[in-house]
Write a protein that binds this ligand. Structure first.
Ligand code: ASP
Length: 330
């Protein structure tokens, strides 16, 4: 028997207390707590780690302040294209989707790829055809739209940046509409540029049988072009799980792809005999060394959890039978 544990993240980046209001922080905390409870509900009922991470990520995708599902960032063309992946460490089965649109919960589509096909990753039009065949209903664009993300895109376009949604972006404060008087002709909020860091989401879990699983979902990076896909749907880069650990990453995807970050934690444990914590810390140091910003969450079958990051903050939380822990800042 293992000690069940679930950990989640809601993205890493420029997350500093001075740029947060108590109301906004409370909103984020409630989103994280709700996802932790949904995932924990599965583990408590003796469900699998796989179903637990799926439940937690589904809740985070539904929460509009995070960059996944509803509230995803916009591409250069003003579209919302989402990526997601899920992996079962006990069987090494995995499923992923990239560049999907109008799918309410991309993580459920990734799970369907794993369960219903002989493939691991489906992208773009093909993934959408598969979704239709599987009976996934499409949500209208309005379901995913948030004004905050739209303003973020205008800002990124005006400064010709492709950006992490929480790296130096100057979105408006709170979920309320921005007064028109505070928006410049380029659509950028001129004053009160309070940071509203929001991110990619992920979950890792160990169930009572010691099975491990990981899942990650994102809208990617604001102002991305040309069908850019990041690390999130790539098994081994943004998500990985085997019998040693389960890992979900968040940050500047190009670096996570180059460093095969999620797999790197498992490799350091297997080849160097490191503990989960030492392996994860080494992996993040390696990421820092190549200039990558972000972090990861990881669990092992002993019920150990570690949540290292090299950015200013990372939305994160964990839950066990002794309760919930939530962190945002360094
Ligand atoms: N890793 C994601 C990507 O590059 C973004 C993030 O984690 O915020 O698409």
């Amino acid at each position: 028997m293992s000690k069940p544990i679930l950990a989640i993240h809601g993205g890493a980046g420029t997350v500093v207390k001075s740029s947060m209001t108590p109301a906004l922080e409370a909103e984020y905390r409630s989103g994280l707590e709700d996802a932790l409870r949904k995932g924990w509900g599965v583990l408590e009922a003796n469900g699998t780690a796989l179903d637990a991470v799926q439940a937690a990520v589904t809740a985070l995708e539904d929460f509009p302040l995070f960059n996944a599902g509803r509230g995803s960032v916009f591409t250069h063309d003003g579209r919302q294209e989402m990526d997601a992946s899920i992996m079962d460490g006990s069987t090494l089965r995995a499923g992923a989707v990239a560049e999907v649109r109008n799918i309410r919960n991309p993580i459920l589509l990734a799970r369907a790829v794993m369960d219903k096909t002989v493939h691991v990753l489906l992208a773009g039009e093909g993934a959408m055809q598969f979704a239709a065949e599987q009976g996934f209903a499409l949500e209208p664009d309005e379901y995913f739209f948030t004004e905050h993300r739209w303003l973020q895109l205008q800002d990124a376009i005006s400064s010709d940046r492709v950006q992490l949604d929480h790296a130096g972006s100057p979105p408006y404060e709170g979920g309320a509409a921005v007064p028109v008087s505070s928006i410049g002709t380029d659509g950028v909020v001129l004053s009160d540029r309070t940071q509203k860091p929001i991110g990619t989401v992920g979950a890792v879990a160990c169930d009572s049988q010691g099975r491990l699983a990981a899942a990650t979902s994102t809208g990617g990076m604001t102002n991305k072009k040309f069908g850019r896909v990041g690390d999130t749907p790539l098994i081994g880069a943004g998500t990985y799980a085997n019998e040693l650990c389960a890992v979900s990453c968040t940050g500047h995807g190009e670096y996570f792809m180059r460093a095969a970050t999620a797999f790197d934690v498992a490799a350091r444990m297997a080849y160097k005999g490191l503990s989960l914590e030492d392996a994860a810390n080494e992996t993040v140091s390696q990421l820092t060394a190549i200039g990558g910003e972000g972090g990861l969450i990881a669990v092992d079958k002993e019920g150990t959890v570690t949540l290292p990051f090299n950015s200013e903050g990372m939305y994160r939380g964990s839950i066990t039978d002794s309760g919930i822990k939530i962190g945002i800042y360094k």
